[in-house]
Write a protein that binds this ligand. Structure first.
Ligand code: ADP
Ligand code: ZN
Ligand code: ZN
Length: 854
């Protein structure tokens, strides 16, 4: 080989390292066919064959030769089948941050990259089944009427029925076929038929991936003397008439002039409308060669028809100004700076965010703002759109695939420099990020609770560090972790202690439900005080929000006389009630005890487990207040995008008097006419078997208090509880964050919870409970083995709070350590030894820094 060819071989990649969105946490080597070698780019998508199936993968590296010492055999390396992108959709920055996520959270890189791209950009792969010639033969010999059944079809009429169906109706999509055959899984008989060669499965890419929407448009054809057929409009009338060929009708003339008035080009549909012509006029012009057709890219704009609020240029308060200045310093210096912006609701944080993002744009840098999933905030989208116009792209879960794709493309091309979005927007391809804002940084929805696991806030901080950006964590009730970091100097700290224009904070009052119970002698959903307040609010023509603080699925025990819930002796969390065997179980350490028949504290027999749903509450209110216009928002309505948005917007317009919902209602919305917020059964949240239960409740009540009385009207918050003296409620009613923090951080330190330790949750799940138990035991042994120097505490195995989910038995282990690095070392070693001893690690899910222990 001459040196010249060597050099060119060096330059042209022959192999691609490909990450695939499957559970495997590794990359694969594929060969690039020569046609693709020069076009392939790191960050582009490819179609590859993974085992027997086609899949979309992402190129993460290119190389001219195989790595030295690789065990790969040249002849076994498969070709890349298709190169899907010319321009890589994943920028180098996005590749880096997804890689960090994959490493830190031990989650597959390919899945993270998929989450980073707009949904629907990938082609989906469809499996089909069809009958083979051999299958037809068999079927023939089984006729007529199945008198003689060939041996291959023996053992079940399902096989025969399946072959008949395929013979009669042709190819089926696999899932549709299973449905027709009345089964949700792929049954054994189907695999048998395939095995015997009577049917075959094939894979093919279905449905074109989402792409830019185009529409047909026409433009005037340019001829040497201006535009064909017509002289320019500015010419004097006489010349103009002279220049008009006889053959042109009025309508054609109108079309041409309309086009000229619109920079010589228009979408056909628009032209027909604007010039008031028929489509045949356009066809004639095309035939005459006066206009030519082309395809115009069309933007699907989620806010195209939205009414935008008027933007006001406030004079910032001195606290706002100080905050803005502190953010501008690192922005100007292109330095990394994490900053906690602690400001009570209504203190003007959003205004600071807007100015900080504007400052980034003024420096020709980009900006990102993340908001919680549930805030959805059609209102915030509009507010930011009014400020940033086309500079902002909006990502959230209620966009259509097409809208999402277009918004993402505008960022990728650099047309938009700001992104507003929920969790996955942390991966948005913003060019030259100057500032990242994370609003309501404490919100649990920043945590993705399925693969790929990641926490958007923590990912944003790392991204800001890598890209030398300022990152602002905003909150009225910072997470314990973030506030702790601001205390130790790891984060900067900015405080907005007062509301804009000194608007009063709502009064929060506690209603002691034990007394309500004592008076009525039976459990009540609503106290008289709350019912009266609803009535009064309505009479004043003001609005009410009723909140139900309920999440998670498990029940817990509560004494209605003294408000006590029963806690684990080791763990400082409430025990979960298992109805089946009448026991109370701790889901951290597996402590068991019999469910008592009377309250261990006061001896009362009135022990209940909690559970009223939003629907039931809406129904009760409807009966009680037939004149009120009610609306309801919860997870069920959330999945119906338009209804959810409409309910919120209607409520904002005053077309709904009372809104019932779960805690998602507490966040971010600004409804000036709401003067009453009632919290029904705050206790459900307080007693959750989660060490963050008190923190969550404190946050909820504080936020709720911020919802009432945001306009000029004073607000009232009524909290119904069986725990009137709980420290989370006490401090929340006093709006005393610091008091709560001091008390809570002591608990965390004493019991060894974050921020003082790193946590990892290992969930073992399996259809077979015995297998789940053995795997969990083996996992424990492997962890203990790897933990020789006792850097970690290993708790469990214990049943997960959701002990059975979708047919899987779930058992969990918790690993705690003061050293994150050592914790990771122990877990990695344990997982490796599990794999080596033949365990299928698909049944073990690892969650680093779990947010919800549910
Ligand atoms: P937060 O995000 O802290 O809840 P916002 O930024 O939404 O607070 O501000 C609350 C209200 O006060 C908004 O209606 C906003 O338009 C208004 N506002 C914010 N800053 C100022 C200011 N400097 N002067 C007057 N009004 C302001
Ligand atoms: Zn009691
Ligand atoms: Zn325990």
């Amino acid at each position: 080989m001459t040196s010249a060819t060597q050099v060119s071989n060096e330059a042209v990649p022959q192999y691609a390292q490909v990450a695939v969105p499957v559970h495997l946490n590794k990359t694969f080597t594929y060969r690039l066919p020569s046609a693709m070698q020069r076009a392939a780019r790191v960050g582009s998508r490819v179609m590859i064959q993974l085992g027997a199936k086609p899949a979309t993968g992402y190129i993460v590296a290119l190389s001219a030769r195989l790595r030295e010492g690789t065990s790969l055999v040249e002849s076994e390396i498969k070709d890349v089948q298709e190169l899907l992108d010319v321009e890589p959709p994943l920028t180098p920055e996005v590749l880096k941050i997804t890689r960090w996520v994959a490493d830190y959270y031990a989650t597959p890189w390919g899945e993270v990259m998929r989450a980073a791209l707009p949904a629907g950009i990938n082609a989906t792969v469809e499996q089909t089944v069809s009958i083979t010639p051999a299958g037809r033969e068999q079927l023939k010999s089984a006729q007529p009427a199945g008198k003689s059944i060939p041996p291959a079809l023996a053992g079940g009429s399902a096989k025969l029925q399946a072959l008949r169906l395929l013979a009669d109706e042709g190819e089926f999509e696999l899932s549709a076929f299973r449905l027709r055959m009345g089964t949700l899984q792929t049954p054994k008989w189907l695999r048998d038929l395939e095995h015997e060669g009577l049917i075959e499965r094939s894979y093919r890419t279905r449905s074109l991936p989402t792409r830019a929407k185009r529409r047909r448009a026409v433009r005037l054809v340019k001829s040497q003397s201006g535009y064909a057929g017509v002289p320019p409009a500015s010419l004097p009338q006489t010349e103009k008439q002279a220049g008009r060929p006889r053959t042109q009708t009025e309508a054609q003339q109108r079309a041409i002039e309309t086009l000229r008035a619109n920079q010589n080009a228009m979408a056909i549909a628009d032209l027909i409308n604007a010039a008031n012509i028929s489509e045949s006029v356009v066809r004639t012009l095309l035939k005459k060669g006066l206009v030519e057709e082309f395809e115009e890219e069309m933007r699907r704009d989620p806010l195209a028809r939205a009414e935008l609020p008027v933007t006001e240029d406030f004079k910032l308060s001195s606290a706002q100004l100080a905050a803005l200045t502190a953010i501008e310093v690192p922005l100007n210096q292109r330095g990394f700076a994490p900053i906690l912006l602690h400001g009570i609701t209504g203190s003007g944080k959003t205004e600071v965010y807007i100015r900080a993002m504007r400052a980034a744009l003024d420096l020709d840098r980009g900006a990102m703002m993340l908001v919680p999933e549930i805030a959805l905030t059609p209102i915030l989208s509009r507010r930011l759109r009014a400020h940033f116009g086309d500079q902002i792209a909006i990502f959230h879960s209620s966009l259509s695939k097409g809208e999402r794709f277009d918004e993402w493309s505008r960022l990728r091309r650099g047309e938009a420099r700001v992104v507003l979005g929920t969790r996955s927007a942390v991966f948005a391809p913003v060019k030259d990020l100057g500032v990242i804002i994370i609003d309501e940084e404490q919100d649990a929805s920043y945590r993705q609770e399925e693969s790929p696991f990641y926490h958007a806030r923590d990912t944003a901080i790392v991204r800001a560090q890598r890209e030398r950006a300022a990152v602002v964590l905003g909150s009225a009730t910072p997470s314990l972790e973030s506030f702790h970091n601001s205390q130790t100097g790891k984060y900067g700290y900015l405080h907005l202690p007062e509301r804009v224009a000194n608007r009063p904070l709502a009064q929060a009052e506690i209603i002691d439900m034990r007394q309500v119970f004592a008076r009525r002698k039976k459990p009540a959903v609503f106290s008289d005080e709350l019912l009266r307040a609803i009535e009064e609010t309505h009479l004043r023509r003001e609005q009410t929000i009723i909140l139900l603080n309920r999440r998670g699925y498990s029940s817990f025990i509560l004494c209605r006389s003294c408000g006590e819930s029963i806690e684990c002796p080791n763990c400082d969390v409430a025990l979960t009630y298992h109805r089946g065997d009448q026991t109370l179980v701790c889901h951290y350490c597996n402590h068991h005890q019999r469910a008592p028949s009377q309250c261990p504290v006061c001896g009362s027999k009135y022990i209940y487990y909690i559970g009223e749903g939003t629907e039931q509450i809406e129904e009760l209110l409807r009966r009680r207040f037939p004149n009120l216009r009610l609306g309801r928002i919860d997870r069920d309505t959330k999945s119906r995008r338009h209804e959810f948005e409409k309910t919120l917007l209607d409520f904002g317009k005053g077309e709904i008097d009372l809104l019932v919902g779960t805690q998602m209602l507490a966040k971010g919305h600004d409804f000036p006419n709401v003067t009453l917020v009632g919290v029904v059964s705050v206790d459900a949240g307080l007693a959750l078997p989660d060490f963050r239960a008190a923190e969550r409740t404190f946050q909820l009540i504080t936020q709720v208090a911020g919802r009432a009385g945001r306009g000029n009207l004073p607000g009232r918050v009524l909290i119904q509880t069986y725990h009137p003296h709980h420290y989370a409620l006490r401090h929340a009613c006093a709006q005393d964050y610091r008091g709560f923090y001091d008390e809570e951080i002591r608990h965390r330190r004493n019991h060894g919870y974050p921020p003082f330790v790193a946590l990892a949750l290992l969930l073992v799940h399996h259809k077979d409970p015995a297998r789940a138990r053995t795997t969990a035991q083996e996992l424990r042994s492997a962890l203990v083995e790897a933990n020789q120097d006792h850097a970690c505490r290993i708790l469990g195995p214990a049943p997960a709070p959701l002990a059975r989910l979708r047919g899987d038995y779930r058992i969990q282990l918790l690993v705690k350590s003061r050293s994150r690095k050592q914790m990771r070392g122990v877990i990695d070693a344990a997982m490796k030894s599990m794999e080596e001893s033949g365990n299928d690690l698909r049944s073990v899910t690892l969650e680093i820094d779990p947010v919800s222990m549910m």
